[in-house]
Design a protein around this ligand. Structure first.
Ligand code: GAP
Length: 436
């Protein structure tokens, strides 16, 4: 596999309609990104695969989809109002702000060049604020959620009562969250609004370590199932001073992005920090009574968290490949896992001729009812193959003049470029078997 630069990934993503800058006709908006027609399919496929693996295919998991704006008391109890902040310094000359832990405060200001100019670090809360309703005063102030986790704690008793699960069990959620990041950047790596898939796994306090170990292994299993290069992932035991305020142990899974080794996912041991705090602040009991022993306790929590946009980035980086063919031409190919590929098959009449289109078009319509396909009849077949390789389509199906006689098509495999003749009648079943 070729090592790929960020420029190559960003260009491919834009050129082919995976991801492009948001609000671009107005000059964009500070690192906001829009997922285009192919990007939204890729992102949804990842989210669905995650939900299937971590929620619906397990008997010990349930999901929720909570409101993005929660009662502000949630963020008081969770500690986010008091401690969810980064240290900021400001240039006294041009008032540019920087994260104190990311710059050398004895160097000149990067914007105006002034020396010895920085203020002492001050805490800057990362929660995005807005007002609910017609009054814009303190009583109407609310926050866009900075993590999806809190709803799983706040709804704990409700979910426990209605789902009738027994500890150990987990609650999962996937959705948007918001952080007023000081230095967004590196494409979709650090944004101010982004998607996360995470779960809170409730366990007996004495068993947290074994569950932690199991979840770390399951996270690595997922990484490999996504086709993310496992040799580029590394576990980092996060030191106490670098851990989030709620965590008693954190292992970050880092990934070697083209811009360096940075966090992909996190696994935190949140102990009973959240349930206890919400119980104290709300006055509601958030405990569990074991039906066989009658032991009553506050469950402890293991939290595996998966940034969805970072998954998309790691998947693209891992799937990107370049190959020089016998003709000396470079073939760009996205070796996406078939279940994640935005388009599963492309149906291509060899030429734009009425008799070929008459077979190819209905075939494309028939297949589209089962999985996402593209129909493409313009340009040379070579160019059309190249486009499909670049967007990661696992199979190209060519309808040629022989098809009119033998009622079969040529199926070209994206990775091996091997071509196989398959009868049109058996094609849907053949593709379903390959795509999974
Ligand atoms: N509930 C735990 C939690 O929120 P986090 O490590 O702060 O943990 C979760 O964030 C995940 O979200 C990270 O592991 C990362 O994958 C992703 N993430 C964090 N900040 C991000 C940002 N600004 N842009 C995109 N993804 C981000």
């Amino acid at each position: 596999m070729a090592d790929v630069s960020m420029d190559t990934i960003v260009n491919l993503a834009k050129r082919r309609g995976f991801i492009f800058p948001g609000s671009e006709i107005y000059g964009g908006l500070a690192n906001s990104w829009d997922y285009g027609p192919l990007g939204v399919e890729l992102k949804n496929n990842i989210k669905q695969a995650w939900w299937k693996k971590f929620v619906t295919s397990r008997l010990d998991m349930v999901g929720i989809d909570s409101a993005l704006i929660m009662n502000p008391k949630v963020w008081e109890a969770s500690g986010h109002i008091a401690t969810f902040s980064d240290p900021l310094v400001e240039c006294k000359n041009c008032h540019e702000r920087y994260r104190a832990d990311q710059i050398d405060t004895s160097a000149p200001c990067q914007k105006c060049g002034e020396k010895n100019t920085f203020t002492d670090p001050a805490a800057f809360n990362l929660m995005l604020k807005t007002y609910l309703g017609p009054k814009e005063d303190a009583t109407a102030k609310v926050y866009l959620r900075p993590e999806t986790a809190q709803a799983m704690f706040v709804d704990f008793a409700q979910v426990l009562a209605t789902s009738r699960k027994r500890v150990p069990f987990g609650i999962a959620q996937a959705g948007k969250m918001f952080r007023n990041e000081i230095t967004p950047g590196n494409f979709i790596f650090r944004q101010r609004e982004f998607d996360v898939m995470e779960l809170e796994y409730f366990v007996h306090p004495s068993q947290w370590e074994q569950h932690f170990t199991t979840w770390l292994a399951t996270m690595h299993e997922w990484i490999s199932e996504c086709g993310i290069q496992t040799e580029k992932t590394h576990d980092l035991e996060v030191s106490e001073e670098d851990r989030a305020h709620y965590s008693s142990r954190t292992v970050d899974i880092e990934f070697d992005y083209p811009f360096g080794r940075k966090e992909l996912y996190g696994l935190a041991y949140r102990s009973d920090f959240d349930l206890k705090n919400h119980s104290e602040h709300s006055g509601k009991e958030l405990t569990y009574t074991d039906p066989s022993t009658n032991e009553k306790y506050t469950p402890h929590v293991i939290e595996p968290t998966f940034g969805l946009d970072r998954t998309v980035l790691a998947v693209l980086v891992s799937a990107y490949d370049e190959e020089v063919g016998k003709d000396g031409e470079t073939r760009v190919v996205l070796r996406l896992k078939p279940h994640l590929a935005p388009i599963k098959a492309a149906i291509l009449p060899l030429m734009k001729k009425e008799e070929l289109v008459a077979v190819a078009r209905p075939l494309a319509e028939q297949l589209a009812a089962q999985f996402p396909v593209e129909y493409d009849e313009t340009q040379s077949i070579g160019k059309r193959y190249r486009r499909q390789d670049e967007i990661g389509t696992p199979y190209c199906i060519t309808v040629d003049y022989d098809s009119l006689e033998d009622k079969a098509v040529t199926v070209r495999d994206r990775d091996t470029m091997v071509q196989e003749r398959i009868s049109i009648e058996k094609l849907p079943e053949y593709l379903r078997g390959k795509i999974g």
